[in-house]
Write a protein that binds this ligand. Structure first.
Ligand code: FES
Length: 510
């Protein structure tokens, strides 16, 4: 036999669970926005959790309202549950609860429609979460048959106390996350990409949401999806490949906030020796246009460490900026950012203002002295992991000063690697069940393409990492500049646009 008090239990339990979930969601959101919870990698899953907590709270509120109508003692009507002041039972606290319900619907709805709403409007609506929890606290504190019991007081004090502490944390630390984040990006090289998910290879159409000048010769570009869709996760150091209408493919580092799932930010330097990539973008790309994009892909991932030294040259600041953005406030790091002149150094002033004492700018037009990298590396943070991105001269200088075990580089251009005379190699493509004999004068990538095999290429100089394939057997002879050879061997990968094999056969996963 069903307990006649069933719906009474349900209404009480659902109310308390909803209150706890709402508090947890707000708490989580505050911790995210203040970066207290932020680790070095993407906090996107934490954002998802924040959203799911809010959604679960709404479900519990719905259950609470339905159970109020089903309980045979309370006997609320639908009107009393949905319309403020329609009931004689504690009309003000009940009305506050109803108002909280509508606000919660609006907040959750705005989360779902985040990409379609103006950012400012979405933020204002989202801040209503605080008001919602406040209203719920009043509602819960003055209604319900449990009010006055010791355990209910304990729950109420805990939830209200947690919310209060979180709001104080938000107010104290909130200024940082509230500052504007300018669109930002790259090209270049180090870590894990084996097993990249399918989205890395897939092309998607994205809309150019904005194009802004972020420095002399540098455009900040924001890309959004056509339809409402959350973009794939990415980690600092990742880059996108833009498939331009003129047939060229170009890689640009993501430089926004990895937590932002509704757009990608890149920055593009108009290179003097442009073969048509950056020149086309600077001349033709306008807001509202559509571009084909693949990725994100990451060969320059930020690994966990207690201390970091970042070295950026020119547009090499873009992946470094994303790394800095992702670090928790307490992480020890310094940035050395060098450029021809301050006006050409994207985000220089912004970084100095946001991270006082941590950023050292070396602008060629402001100082006659050469950048003393040796002093910085030796006396700065001797145990730090060093991440560097920029022109080859800077990369060479950093590589000469930092032990390889602490060094992570991303290059713009291929290293000049001395290769022994190329030999023919027989490539067995395991998935396609084809054998391809690659002559000495042809790249493995080209040979596979000519056989119609599903491979991708972009830079064809061993820099971008697009052509990466898994090695199943044989020994690659690495001639690329994407990452350390030892790391490639550990991961069992090859970049066949330039690399070959030191064995006469190679078995690839293609
Ligand atoms: S590394 Fe760019 S195509 Fe091979």
């Amino acid at each position: 036999m069903i307990d006649p008090h069933l719906w009474w239990y349900v209404t009480r339990a659902s109310a308390i669970i909803a209150w706890a979930l709402m508090t947890a969601s707000v708490l989580w959101g505050i911790l995210l926005s203040t970066r207290v919870l932020r680790r070095i990698d993407s906090p996107a899953w934490l954002q998802d959790l924040h959203r799911y907590l809010g959604g679960a709270a709404l479900v519990m509120v719905g259950l609470h309202m339905v159970s109020l109508m089903l309980d045979q003692w309370l006997k609320f009507s639908a009107v009393e549950v949905l319309v403020p002041f329609a009931t004689d039972f504690k009309p003000l606290p009940v009305a506050l609860g109803i108002l909280a319900f509508y606000l919660l619907v609006a907040v959750q709805g705005s989360s779902l429609l985040m990409q379609r709403l103006p950012r400012r409007f979405w933020k204002i609506l989202h801040y209503a979460s605080y008001l919602t929890v406040l209203l719920v606290s009043f509602h819960a504190g003055f209604t319900g048959t449990d009010v006055g019991t010791w355990w209910y007081r304990a729950v109420a004090i805990t939830l209200i106390g947690l919310t209060t502490v979180a709001v104080i944390v938000r107010m104290v630390t909130g200024t940082r996350s509230g500052r504007s984040r300018t669109p930002v990006v790259r090209s270049g090289a180090t870590d894990v990409s084996v097993g990249e998910p399918a989205h890395v290879q897939e092309k998607r159409s994205m809309v150019v949401a904005s194009v802004t000048t972020v420095a002399d010769g540098v455009l900040g570009i924001r890309l959004e999806m056509h339809e409402w869709e959350r973009l794939p996760l990415w980690q600092p150091g990742a880059h996108l490949t833009l498939h331009l209408p003129n047939g060229l493919q170009r890689q640009y580092s993501l430089c926004g906030d990895p937590a932002e799932r509704n757009h990608y930010d890149i920055a593009v330097l108009h290179t003097r020796e442009s073969a048509g990539g950056s020149a086309w973008i600077h001349k033709n790309l306008l807001p509202g246009m559509t571009v084909e994009v693949s990725g994100p892909q990451n060969h320059f991932a930020l690994e966990p460490a207690s201390e970091y030294l970042f070295v950026a040259g020119g547009i090499g600041i873009t992946p470094i900026k994303a790394m800095i953005e992702s670090l928790p406030a307490h992480r020890v790091w310094r940035l050395v950012y060098a450029g021809r002149s301050r006006s050409t150094m994207a985000f220089a002033d912004e970084l100095v203002a946001r991270y006082p004492g941590r950023v050292r700018i070396h602008a060629g037009d402001e100082s006659d002295a050469a950048l003393n990298l040796a002093a910085i590396v030796t006396h700065g943070l001797p145990e730090a992991e060093v991440y560097a991105c920029g022109p080859e001269s800077l990369m060479t200088a950093v590589a000469a000063l930092v032990p390889a075990r602490h060094l992570h580089l991303e290059r713009f251009v291929a290293l000049l690697r001395v290769a022994p005379a190329a030999q023919p190699v027989l490539v067995t493509c395991r998935k396609s069940r084809q054998d391809v004999l690659v002559p000495a004068g042809q790249s493995i990538l080209t040979a596979l393409e000519e056989r119609g095999l599903p491979v991708l290429g972009s830079c064809r100089t061993g820099v971008c990492g697009t052509c990466e394939l898994r090695v199943l057997a044989g020994t690659p002879q690495h001639l690329d500049s994407v990452m350390d050879d030892a790391e490639k061997d550990r991961l069992r990968i090859i970049y066949p646009c330039v690399s070959r094999a030191s064995t006469s056969t190679l078995v690839l996963d293609v």
